[in-house]
Design a protein. Structure first.
Length: 153
């Protein structure tokens, strides 16, 4: 996995970077591991004082950074068009996504150079191959799913 210093994450301020470093979190890979589940994010939030929702946003950014060719600017552009997670990216149509990114960039000027559709195709293919690292629901919600299948919990 490609890992970057946590300073590469947009939105993390200097105090948050310092706090995370004191907890031994210096890379995007480590932050992703430490904030991959709701329970882990709660635990990390208690230790560092960063809101759980912000930690989730940063974890999603770290997850996107595992995709080859995904820089900060392109990540911001994807978020602008509503693709906040790698899971969401997997299901996008490259031509529609490229068009939406072009329209968003025309309005907000987030990047100097738009990614070619070929690159967007590669991102989506790579996202499909990546193992999912982030969970969004607690494991305690599992029994509800088993009842739906006709299994008594």
């Amino acid at each position: 996995m490609t890992s970057y210093p946590i300073t590469h994450i947009d939105g993390l301020d200097a105090d948050e970077v310092k706090t995370l470093r004191t907890l031994g979190i210096r890379t995007t890979e480590r932050l992703l591991d430490e904030a991959k589940s709701p329970k882990a994010r709660r635990r990390l939030a208690e230790k560092c004082g960063i809101d759980e929702k912000r930690l989730l946003r940063f974890a999603n950014a770290c997850d996107h950074m595992r995709i080859k060719g995904m820089g900060k600017g392109y990540l911001g552009l994807l978020q602008e068009v509503g693709v906040d997670t790698v899971r969401e990216l997997r299901y996008r149509k490259p031509e529609n996504l490229a068009r939406a990114m072009a329209e968003a960039n025309k309005k907000k000027r987030l990047v100097r150079f738009l990614p070619p559709e070929k690159l967007v195709v590669r991102w989506i293919e790579h996202a499909k191959k990546l193992p999912l690292k982030i969970s969004y629901k607690d494991q305690a919600e599992g029994p509800r799913n088993s009842r739906r299948r006709g299994i008594d919990a």
